[in-house]
Write a protein that binds this ligand. Structure first.
Ligand code: NAD
Length: 277
C-alpha cells in the first residue's frame, strides 16, 4: 500500500473517493443543496454541469465553483418542468463533458399546504417538477452511462419519504414515487454497473427552509421564531443541516468508494426521522 499522508499527517488514508475526471450533472444547482452537491463533486475532482432557470444566479454559481475548485464547470439554463429542455440539457452535457458518469437529480420543492388546498393543476405541476423530471433525467442519463459502461445516480428527495411532514402533502405523496423508481432502477441496472441510490435531506439551512417556515407561521398564525424553535427541537442534533452536510453524502454515494452501495434510501437529517429505517 502506498504511504499516503492524510489530515494531521496520518498514514494509510483509507477513503479515496475516486471522483477525479468523472463527468457529473447536478440539476437545480444554482443555490442551496444542489449547488453544494456540485461544489463537493468539483472539489473531489469531477467535471460538473449545473443547471437552473435563472441565468444570472446560475452563472454566478458556475464562476464561484470553478474559482474555488479550479475544475471545469458548465452552466446550462434549464426549466426541469419541460421535457424538451431536459433533453437539451443532456445533449449539452454529452457535448461539453464527452459523456456522463454521475447524475444527481434535484429540483425546486413543491408548495406547502394541506390536501384540500390543491386542485388537479397544482398536483400535475408538482408531479412534473418532482417526479417526471427525475424519470426523464434518469432515462436520458442511463443511455449515456450505458455507453460509458458504468455510472452512479443519486436522486435527492426529502425525509418526507420516511416520515410524512405536516403541511407538505405534495412532497409527502409525490416524492415516494422517486423512491419506488430508484429501487426499481437499482435492480434493473445493477447488472450493467449502474448504481442508483436516494438521499433524503432533513431540515437544511437554505432559502427553501426559510420560505417553508414563513408559510407555516402564516398558516398557523404563529411567529416565525416559534416555528423555527419547534423545528430545531425536533432534531436530535439540535440544528439544521448545512447544505454541505447533504453534499458530502451525495459525493460519497456518487463515488467509487461507495461502489457496493446500490438501492439504498438514506437520510441525512441529524436524527430527525424517528422510525427504525
Ligand atoms: P433552494 O431554493 O435553495 O434551491 C432550489 C434550486 O432549484 C435553485 O437552484 C433553483 O434555481 C432550482 N430550481 C427550482 N425550480 C426549478 C426548475 N423548475 N428547473 C430548474 N431548476 C429549478 O432549495 P433547497 O433547500 O436547496 O431544496 C432543493 C430541493 O430539496 C427541493 O426539492 C426541496 O424541497 C428539497 N428539500 C429541501 C430541504 C430543506 O430543508 N431545505 C429538505 C428536504 C428536501
Amino acid at each position: 500500500m502506498p504511504d499516503r499522508r492524510g489530515p494531521a499527517g496520518r498514514k494509510g488514508v483509507s477513503m479515496e473517493l475516486g471522483l477525479g475526471n468523472k463527468r457529473a450533472l447536478v440539476t437545480a444547482s444554482s443555490k442551496g443543496i444542489g449547488r453544494a452537491c456540485a461544489l463537493e463533486l468539483a472539489r473531489e475532482g469531477a467535471d460538473v454541469v449545473i443547471c437552473a432557470r435563472g441565468v444570472e444566479t446560475l452563472e454566478r454559481a458556475r464562476d464561484e465553483i470553478a474559482g474555488e475548485t479550479g475544475g471545469k464547470v458548465v452552466a446550462v439554463q434549464c426549466d426541469l418542468t419541460f421535457g424538451s429542455q431536459i433533453e437539451e440539457l443532456l445533449e449539452r452535457t454529452d457535448t461539453e463533458l464527452g459523456g456522463l458518469d454521475v447524475l444527481v437529480t434535484n429540483a425546486g420543492g413543491p408548495p406547502s399546504g394541506h390536501f384540500m388546498d390543491f386542485d388537479d393543476e397544482a398536483w400535475m405541476k408538482a408531479v412534473s417538477l418532482n417526479l417526471m423530471s427525475v424519470v426523464r433525467l434518469n432515462r436520458l442519463a442511463v443511455a449515456l452511462m450505458r455507453r460509458a459502461g458504468s455510472g452512479s445516480i443519486v436522486n435527492l428527495t426529502s425525509i418526507s419519504v420516511k416520515e410524512p411532514i405536516r403541511g407538505l402533502v405534495l412532497s409527502n405523496s409525490i416524492r415516494a414515487g422517486v423512491v419506488g423508481l430508484s429501487k426499481t432502477l437499482a435492480n434493473e441496472l445493477g447488472p450493467e454497473g449502474i448504481r442508483v441510490n436516494v438521499v433524503c435531506p432533513g431540515y437544511t439551512a437554505t432559502g427553501r427552509m426559510t420560505d417553508l417556515m414563513t408559510a407555516r407561521a402564516e398558516r398557523e398564525n404563529r411567529s416565525y421564531e416559534e416555528i423555527a424553535a419547534g423545528f430545531y427541537e425536533s432534531v436530535p442534533l439540535g440544528r439544521f443541516a448545512e447544505p454541505v452536510d447533504i453534499a458530502r453524502m451525495v459525493a460519497f454515494l456518487s463515488s467509487e468508494a461507495a461502489g457496493y452501495v446500490n438501492g439504498v434510501t438514506v437520510q441525512v437529517d441529524g436524527g430527525a426521522v424517528r422510525g427504525l429505517l
